[in-house]
Design a protein around this ligand. Structure first.
Ligand SMILES: Cc1cc2nc3c(=O)[nH]c(=O)nc-3n(C[C@H](O)[C@H](O)[C@H](O)COP(=O)(O)O)c2cc1C
Length: 405
């Protein structure tokens, strides 16, 4: 059965929802699913903007059959070649032998590499600022390198103000009938998954997102719709989401608050982390989130790290090292270019406590623009009442440093 939604009078969402995929990119859990968005423009000529994951090809075809009727598909515009959008390109080319393809030079290279045989069709290679008219609609192509692959571009329809944004402004969570961000409570139900998507998938490329935002800022008043390749379409309050993207890509915290991530085998470090959380709340800082790194997928930890201004790492010593899962979290923060945070440390060990010094060294030497508070809570196996003053001092130091922000 076809399942389409109207975006504007002649533009349709023809994508699909995926609730079967367990791990996005075979690494990030997506318990609420994901959508693969493709869009069909019914102008004098017909234009498909991007395709869908291979698993959703049948749905795309049913949608196209329904909307095209007897009309041919004239154009295929590929903004992004990652297989979750482009895996169906070969099948679309086979199904519509006369379709002409518009994309960037690097995207055509990738199509050949993936074995999609674009050269059996008329191919138009476009670059920054090139335009094309499909009848009523004229579009401009804008390069968006590394948002999130090198070939990526976005397409702006100057006639109706639709921005086909590729992976920019995307989100996890299947649409399930809703299409527009104003049809859901985005700030309540979607923002965490949008942040987890952006920070884990494209977080490393903050400067490239900034470049794209700079290009968009010149025409912000002309952009009426943002059509990403995952998640809802934006037609209202665009500034809200643009602002989030701006913050995330500048590695600026979204909120003043504390993420406490603990690594604990027997529960004593956990107990210290909980005591600190309670102490912070007692002192009036209630924007505190506590996570066990061992049972929280690192993509959630990354998202929370991008959200909060302060991060407390509490780790046992493990074979003279940092607990492996905590070390993995640190490595991931580094890999994703995280910056501009204030850290506080809690360490624990029973005979040679090393985790505090090692976490400090990692943050100082491997990461950029981070501050580590001098106050450190050091525990020998378990925390007794004798550590009360140190716990208090740590909580005070965190709260004081918030006032400096
Ligand atoms: C495999 C393993 C390796 C450990 N290596 C060290 C170590 O190198 N130095 C140390 O002081 N304690 C080491 N410990 C002890 C724990 O770090 C220590 O008991 C800790 O206080 C327990 O905290 P928890 O209750 O939060 O798990 C090790 C424990 C295990 C199980």
């Amino acid at each position: 059965m076809y399942c389409v939604r109207k975006v504007t009078e002649d533009l349709y969402w023809v994508g699909a929802n995926d609730h079967r995929l367990h791990l996005f990119e075979n690494i990030h859990p997506i318990p609420q699913g994901v959508s693969y968005n493709a869009y069909l423009l019914l102008d004098k000529e017909t234009v498909l903007f991007d395709t869908v994951d291979w698993s959703a090809y049948r749905q795309l075809v049913e949608n196209l059959d329904y909307l095209l009727g007897d009309r041919p598909l004239d154009w295929l515009v590929i903004n992004h070649m990652e297989p979750d959008h482009a895996a169906s390109v070969e099948q679309i080319l086979l199904r519509y032998p006369d379709v002409k393809v518009i994309s960037s030079e690097k995207a055509f290279m990738l199509m050949r590499q993936f074995g999609f045989h674009p050269d059996l069709h008329e191919c138009i290679t476009v670059a920054e600022g090139d335009t094309h008219c499909f009848g009523e609609h004229t579009v401009t192509f804008v390069a968006a390198p590394m948002v999130h692959w090198p070939e990526a571009m976005v397409t702006f329809d100057t006639t109706n103000g639709v921005l086909f944004a590729a992976d920019a402004f995307g989100s996890f969570i299947a649409l399930d009938g809703k299409l527009f961000a104003d049809e859901v409570d985005f700030d309540r139900d979607w923002i965490d998954e949008a942040r987890r998507y952006l920070t884990n998938i494209v977080g490393k490329y903050g400067p490239h997102i900034q470049l794209l935002l700079k290009k968009a800022s010149g025409i912000l008043d002309q952009i009426k719709f943002i059509c990403p390749l995952h998640g809802p379409v934006w037609r209202e309050n665009l500034g809200y989401f643009v602002d989030k993207y701006d913050k995330w890509s500048r590695y600026e915290p979204e909120e003043t608050g504390v993420l406490i991530a603990y690594a604990s085998m027997y529960g004593n470090t956990e107990s210290a982390a909980q005591a600190l959380a309670a102490r912070l709340c007692e002192k009036g800082c209630t924007n505190v989130a506590v996570y066990d790194v061992s049972n929280t997928h690192v993509s959630y930890l990354i998202s929370e790290a991008f959200k909060y201004s302060h991060i407390v790492l509490a780790s046992v010593t493990y074979n003279l090292g940092i607990y492996p899962v905590m070390h993995n979290f640190l490595m991931d923060m580094k890999a994703l270019n995280m910056q501009n945070r204030t850290f506080a440390l809690i360490e624990n060990g029973s005979w040679a406590c090393k985790s505090g010094d090692l976490m400090q060294k990692f943050i100082d030497e491997e990461m950029k623009n981070m501050t580590v508070l001098n106050d450190r809570l050091s525990i020998a196996s378990s925390m007794g009442a004798d550590k009360n003053l140190e716990l208090d001092a740590l909580a005070d130091a965190i709260i004081d440093s918030m006032k400096e922000d």
